[in-house]
Design a protein around this ligand. Structure first.
Ligand code: NAP
Length: 258
């Protein structure tokens, strides 16, 4: 909703608040997804924390801090798993965070590692967006989608062919969906995290040579924290970002600027 910057309403409304909103975060049991779930709840949202394992720890952290949240089992081994989640449930925000990576030389890379990564990172993401948007549009409401992309939505990487293909798909789909849905009340944007300190990247941080090479190339001179991504997700879920459609926001300490 447009808000005249000079109106008194502007002073009475926190455009960064998620009060009264209901959000779903996939892969919310750990890492970036957990931080996003906690940050959305701190901004006022009721957060449904979805994962193939229990997100009980995330729900506990949110409720102990005074927020509200619930746990939902959602396993993207079936990429259509979210189909039944949205009808009648009143969601305003969808954060597609769940993702996996498989590493091998391109000449040896196997079909199983291709399919597993493409299913979770690209196919499940698309059909979850579709299920969310169908419901929002059917109810004539507005909604916000935030997809978690990667530096490998822009760069090639090495030994991660299905991950790179899937994350390029995330950035392409984010733009396509924005083109189709911006006029229908659904914002679709993505965040491209740089090197973020999570389980996913523990091996890199433990390899002294790789760790030094990475840090030397990051203008900010430090690894990102999950909180850096979470704060950006709150912005993209809130009214403050209502005119942002199809953007891929780099949160990478300047990596891609280099
Ligand atoms: P992480 O700690 O490995 O978390 C990944 C999340 O996805 C976990 O909750 C995981 O659940 C969930 N997941 C995996 N397969 C699933 C499935 N079949 N169904 C449902 N959930 C599933 O990784 P992270 O670093 O927080 O990554 C989160 C997102 O950020 C991913 O999309 C990743 O590609 C992206 N990213 C991360 C970095 C980084 O530097 N860390 C950089 C760029 C992009 P389990 O715990 O059960 O496996």
């Amino acid at each position: 909703m447009y808000c005249d910057p000079l109106s008194s309403e502007r002073y009475n409304m926190n455009r960064f608040s998620l009060n009264g909103k209901k959000a779903l975060v996939t892969g919310a049991n750990t890492g970036i997804g957990q931080a996003i779930a906690i940050a959305l709840a701190a901004a006022g949202a009721h957060v449904v924390c979805a994962g193939r394992r229990s997100c009980g720890e995330t729900v506990d952290q949110i409720t102990k801090a005074g927020g509200t949240a619930e746990d939902l089992k959602l396993d993207f081994a079936d990429p259509m798993a979210a189909k039944q989640v949205f009808p009648g449930a009143g969601f305003d925000v969808l954060i597609n965070n769940a993702g996996i990576i498989r590493r091998d030389d391109a000449v040896d890379f196997g079909e199983d590692d291709w399919d597993a990564v493409m299913d979770v990172n690209a196919k499940a993401l698309f059909f979850t967006c579709q299920a969310f948007a169908r419901e929002v549009m059917a109810q004539n409401r507005s909604g916000k989608i935030v997809n978690i992309a990667s530096l490998l939505s822009f760069q090639g990487g090495i030994r991660v062919p299905s991950y790179t293909a899937s994350k390029h798909a995330v950035s392409g789909l984010t733009k396509l969906l924005a083109n189709e849905w911006a006029a229908k009340g659904v914002n679709v944007n993505a965040i491209a995290p740089g090197y973020i300190s999570t389980n996913n990247t523990e091996a890199l941080r433990n390899d002294a040579d790789r760790n030094k090479a990475i840090l030397d190339r990051i203008p900010a001179g430090r690894w990102g924290e999950a909180q850096d991504i979470a704060d950006t997700a709150v912005f993209l879920a809130a009214p403050a970002s209502d005119y942002i459609h199809g953007a891929i926001l780099n949160v990478d300490g300047g990596w891609l600027a280099r």
